[in-house]
Design a protein around this ligand. Structure first.
Ligand SMILES: [Zn+2]
Length: 82
C-alpha cells in the first residue's frame, strides 16, 4: 500500500496516514498475509501438493487481489503441462 485510500497522501513506514490519520494496520497486515500465502502456494506447487497450493492461492486472493495470484490460481486450476 503506497497511498492513503482516503486522501491519496503518500504513506511512509508508519501504518498511519501522515495527512488524515487513517490507520492501515489491518490492511497492511492483510497484504503481508496475502504475500505469505502466495509464497506458500508456490512452494506447495513446486513440491507437487496441488491441493494445498490451490487453497493457499485462493486464500491469498481473498486477502489481496493481485495479478500474480490470479495467474498462479489460473495455472493451478488449468495446468498447462499435462
Ligand atoms: Zn490519508
Amino acid at each position: 500500500m503506497e497511498r492513503c485510500t482516503a486522501c491519496r497522501s503518500r504513506l511512509g513506514d508508519s501504518p498511519l496516514c501522515p495527512r488524515c490519520g487513517c490507520d492501515f494496520t489491518l490492511a497492511i497486515r492483510a497484504e503481508k498475509q496475502a504475500d505469505r500465502l502466495l509464497c506458500k502456494s508456490v512452494l506447495a506447487w513446486s513440491s507437487g501438493n496441488y491441493a494445498l497450493a490451490t487453497a493457499c492461492a485462493l486464500e491469498s486472493q481473498a486477502h489481496k487481489q493481485q495479478r500474480l495470484t490470479k495467474v498462479v490460481t489460473a495455472l493451478l486450476q488449468k495446468p498447462f503441462w499435462g
